[in-house]
Design a protein around this ligand. Structure first.
Ligand SMILES: *Cc1c(COP(=O)(O)O)cnc(C)c1O
Length: 354
């Protein structure tokens, strides 16, 4: 018997069905590879990499660039292997014992519960309302009652798609005195980032990613913005040189060229609006409003619908077994013709033609 650490055997895995889908709309990825112009600059930059050196300069260059964009300093920025690493480390830093409670809404990003467990902290899920809205005072009360060490909100929320307004976020920031992590993985599709609140609320932490709107999921790059003391403490939990140079320079170029990504983000948003209206016409479905690049749909026969889509080579995310998400499917926005394809299949299935 191998002597693994306590609790490891019962740790859930991140379950996602992955196959070579014809249309892959299950992971909220960007549906297009980088533009030729961006790719050309990335390749040129990659050809000049100092492979023999630890990537210190490249790490700081990206931090500086991000800091400048937000009117912050280098020591307000920490870069991670995807925002996943950032979130996992934050849970680690504010967890460590059952008396350290981490409060997050439910349903939300499924990894929060897993990271809380991994950090040996006590996860405290707060139920969203029937329509998946968050009652702010209920959340604040839960944070206070638990004497939480970390409160987490995903805004806009994955997988429900809805968002809090900036005023609502500020109301939370005002009322929460522990560390308060805002996971802004989908913020580019919504536009109302809370980063401006960072100076006023030093307990606020904003996590961002290059994986979604910037289409850089393969590189695993995310970052957090926070008070320099929070960065300094959190940084202790990362390995030295935890970012590799290939990802750093690629993200650096993409960030320099971020204006180049705006038209595509706008197309995704208009596709989401179009598909929302189209899906709403199918009266058997409950379609949830979204501020992201995906839409959550409830349908009584969601599992059968998912099977049919899978058999047709279309991968969506089936949440049927997750708490509070029974019979729900989450569909990421693909390219226009991809969206037309899955929409037609869903229509035909609901109408009994499949
Ligand atoms: C995708 C996602 C992330 C993390 O993405 P990374 O690829 O690790 O940067 C974090 N939070 C939410 C809610 C997400 O959906």
């Amino acid at each position: 018997m191998l002597n693994y650490r306590k609790g490891l055997k019962d740790m859930p895995s991140y379950d996602v069905v992955d196959r070579p889908w014809t249309i892959k709309v299950n992971a909220n990825e960007c549906n297009m590879n980088m533009s030729p112009l961006v790719e050309e600059r990335v390749m040129t930059r990659l050809s000049r990499v100092a492979f023999n050196r630890y990537p210190n300069e490249e790490y700081d260059d990206l931090r500086d660039q991000i800091a400048k964009n937000f009117g912050l300093a280098r020591n307000n920025v920490l870069i991670g292997n995807g925002s996943s690493e950032i979130i996992e480390k934050l849970f680690h830093c504010f967890g460590g014992s059952k008396s350290h409670k981490i409060v997050y809404p439910q349903p939300s990003f499924s990894m929060y519960a897993i990271y809380a467990k991994a950090a040996e902290a006590e996860g405290v899920p707060v139920d969203l309302a029937e329509d998946y809205s968050l009652d702010l005072d209920t959340f604040i009360a839960a944070v206070r009652d638990a004497k939480a060490s970390l409160a987490v909100i995903c805004n806009p929320n994955n997988p429900t798609g809805n968002a809090l307004s900036l005023d609502q976020v500020e109301y939370l920031a005002q009322s929460i005195s522990c560390a308060f992590l805002l996971d802004e993985a989908y913020i580019e599709f919504y536009g109302q980032s809370a980063y401006r609140l960072l100076k006023k609320y030093p307990n606020l932490i904003v996590a961002r990613t290059f994986s979604k709107a910037y289409g850089l999921a393969s590189c695993r790059v995310g970052y957090m913005l926070a008070d320099r003391k929070v960065i300094e403490m959190t940084d202790k939990s990362f390995m030295p040189y935890h970012m590799n140079v290939l990802s750093l320079v690629t993200a650096d170029i993409c960030y320099q060229m971020r204006q180049d990504f705006v038209p595509h983000i706008q197309i995704m948003v208009s596709e989401r609006k179009r598909m929302y209206e189209e899906l709403k016409k199918i009266k058997e479905l409950t379609v949830y409003p979204s501020e992201t690049n995906f839409i959550l749909v409830h349908y009584d026969r969601a599992n059968e619908l998912n099977d049919m889509l899978e058999a047709s080579g279309i991968g969506v995310r089936n949440f049927s077994n997750a708490p509070r998400l029974g019979n729900c499917l989450r569909i990421s926005m693909g390219r226009r013709e991809e969206n037309d394809t899955w929409l037609k299949l869903i229509r035909d299935f609901v109408d009994g033609r499949r």
